[in-house]
Design a binder for this molecule. Structure first.
Ligand code: SPV
Ligand code: MG
Length: 290
C-alpha cells in the first residue's frame, strides 16, 4: 500500500488525523515514535532551521533534499508544504512530479503570490492570486499526480489577508471545483473563532485541514465537534520545541561554566545511539567485518 493510500485509509478510519511538523529526519523519527499519523514537511520549520524567515528564500531543491532524507528514515506519510508551488502552473507541474518522486503523499499549495510572506507575522504583506490563476495551479497538480491517492490540498489565505469569511468560502469552493481533495483554512487570530465560524459555514464537499499555530485552544476534542475537519497539522511545534530546549541548555552551560548540571537533564547519548540504530550497525559489523 502506498503511503498516500495509508494516509487516506487512516483518515477514513479515525476521522481526524494528527500531522506533526518535521524539519529533519531526527524530528521525523521522534514524531513517528510519539504516535503521529503523518509528517508535515513545513516551510516555516525548514526556513527557521536555516536561520531564515519563511519568505520563499528556501529553494525547492533544499526542501526536496530534506524531504527525501526524512522519507528515508520513517514510514509515516509526508504532507509537503510547497508554499505557492514555486511559480505559476508550469512550476507546479514540475513541483508535483518532483515531490511525488521524492516520497510525499500530499502537497499543500497556498493561494498567495510568489514570493510569499509568512502567514503569522504582524503586518505581513499578504497578497493573493486571482482565483482563476490559482484554479489553474490546482488543475495542474491534479493532472500531474501519478498516484490517484496523492492528496492535493488547496490552502486559502483569505482570512490571513483580512479578506473575510465570504471571500474565504468563495475561494475554497472554487478550489474544490478545480479538483482540490481538501481545503486548508488558516487564520492568525489568537482565538479559534474565525476557524470555527468558517468550519460551520463550510458546506463544500471537501474536508478541511487546520494548522492551530496561532489558536492553540482548538484541540482535537473541540475540532471533532465541528465535524468537517479531518486533519490537524502541528505546524511549528517541532522547531519551537527544539529551539526551547537548545536555548535553555546553551544558556545554562554558559551560566554554569560547564556541562556538569545540564548533563543529567538532557537525553543520554545512549538514547541517541538507539535513534541512530547503532545496534544494527554493531550486528552488521559482527557479520560482515572480517
Ligand atoms: C508552515 O509550517 O510552514 C506553515 C504553517 O505553512 S504557518 O507557518 O503557520 O503558516
Ligand atoms: Mg508554510
Amino acid at each position: 500500500m502506498s503511503p498516500a493510500k495509508r494516509l487516506r485509509a487512516r483518515m477514513a478510519e479515525t476521522s481526524l488525523i494528527h500531522i506533526m511538523a518535521a524539519h529533519s529526519p531526527l524530528s521525523a523519527i521522534l514524531a513517528e515514535e510519539a504516535g503521529f499519523d503523518g509528517l508535515w514537511a513545513s516551510g516555516f520549520e525548514l526556513s527557521a532551521l536555516y536561520g531564515l524567515p519563511d519568505m520563499s528564500l528556501i529553494s525547492m531543491t533544499q526542501h526536496l533534499d530534506m524531504l527525501r532524507a526524512i522519507a528515508g528514515r520513517t514510514r509515516l506519510p509526508i504532507v509537503a508544504d510547497i508554499d505557492t508551488g514555486y511559480g505559476n502552473a508550469i512550476n507546479v507541474i514540475h513541483a508535483i512530479s518532483e515531490y511525488e518522486r521524492a516520497g510525499a503523499s500530499a502537497v499543500v499549495i497556498e493561494d498567495k503570490i510568489f514570493p510569499k510572506v509568512t502567514s503569522l507575522v504582524a503586518g505581513g504583506r499578504q497578497e493573493l492570486l486571482r482565483i482563476e490563476e490559482f484554479q489553474g495551479k490546482i488543475k495542474a497538480a491534479v493532472a500531474t499526480r501519478q498516484d490517484p491517492d496523492f492528496l492535493v490540498i488547496a490552502r486559502t489565505e483569505a482570512l490571513i489577508a483580512d479578506l473575510g469569511e465570504v471571500e474565504a468560502l468563495h475561494r475554497a469552493q472554487a478550489y474544490v471545483e478545480a479538483g482540490a481533495d481538501m481545503i486548508l483554512i488558516h487564520s492568525r487570530k489568537k482565538d479559534p473563532s474565525e476557524i470555527e465560524s468558517f468550519s460551520r459555514a463550510w458546506t463544500g464537499f471537501a474536508p478541511l485541514v487546520i494548522v492551530p499555530n496561532s489558536y492553540p485552544d482548538l484541540n482535537a476534542e473541540r475540532v471533532k465537534t465541528l465535524g468537517n475537519i479531518r486533519m490537524m497539522i502541528y505546524g511549528n511545534y517541532g522547531i519551537r520545541a527544539a529551539a526551547t530546549a537548545m536555548q535553555e541548555t546553551f544558556r545554562r552551560i554558559i551560566a554554569d561554566g560547564g556541562v556538569q548540571n545540564v548533563h543529567k537533564d538532557i537525553l543520554p547519548v545512549e538514547e541517541i545511539f538507539r535513534i541512530q540504530k547503532m545496534s544494527e550497525i554493531k550486528a552488521a559489523e559482527a557479520r560482515f567485518l572480517c
